[in-house]
Design a protein around this ligand. Structure first.
Ligand code: 3PG
Length: 213
């Protein structure tokens, strides 16, 4: 398959969605997540520090799979790839964005929220997509309903996922992984409370392990 269609090879089934407000947070955060067993980060472009943060983690923490999140414009695809992102995610999907990901050969997870959007993503060749915003789209019931007619598609529900419901999402056969911001609250990152991030990561990994057993 084309590299753009090939999901990155991280092991964590929880993808932390991160807003970094100061590039100095990036490397200690990556280390704190790794200490908790999480080998993937979605660093969003929602703050100007996002792009340099991707660059810092890609350079200094090779064990971490660093993805770029909130990629909504085609020109951002080349920039996050050049910064060292190993994949990109988007809350949605446009033809321009998909084309840019193919041109850059960057693994990409488009966002979808309706059956038609899932089908458009599949037409492009994608089998793994982000359901966003997952809770507002119908959450567990929506994913169960999509599993009937579109059973060959796998999802990363994001938006409204928490420590309390992540297990239920991961138990669904069409859920490959979940995403969420609860592991990395901005206030914790700004306070440098890395032990607390590690604790949240460990707790999430424990739930994921329970689901798998
Ligand atoms: C976001 O919109 O920030 C992400 O999708 C994460 O959503 P969450 O804050 O509900 O986890």
């Amino acid at each position: 398959a084309h590299p753009t269609l090939t999901p990155p090879a991280f092991t964590s089934r929880v993808v932390p969605v991160i807003v970094i407000t100061d590039v100095a947070q990036a490397v200690p955060l990556a280390q704190a997540l790794l200490d908790g067993g999480v080998d993937v980060m979605e660093i969003t472009l929602r703050h100007a520090a996002g792009l340099p943060a991707i660059e810092a983690v890609a350079r200094a923490v090779p064990q971490m799979h660093v993805g770029a999140g909130t990629v909504t414009r085609a020109d951002e695809v080349r920039r996050v790839k050049d910064a060292g992102a190993s994949f990109a995610l988007s809350p949605g999907m446009t033809d321009a964005l998909v084309q840019a990901a193919f041109d850059a050969e960057l693994p990409f997870m488009p966002g979808v929220m309706t059956p038609g959007e899932v089908m458009r993503a599949r037409d492009h060749g994608f089998r793994l997509v982000k359901l966003f915003p997952a809770e507002q789209a119908g959450g567990l019931g929506m994913l169960k309903a999509l599993g009937g007619p579109l059973g060959d598609m796998r999802f990363c529900p994001t938006g409204g996922v928490s420590v309390d419901n992540m297990g239920a999402f991961l138990r669904l056969p069409n859920v490959a992984m979940v995403g969420g911001s609860w592991l990395t609250p901005v206030a914790l990152l700004e306070a440098g409370r890395w032990d607390e991030v590690t604790r949240l990561a460990r707790a999430a990994m424990g739930i994921a392990a329970d689901v798998a057993s």
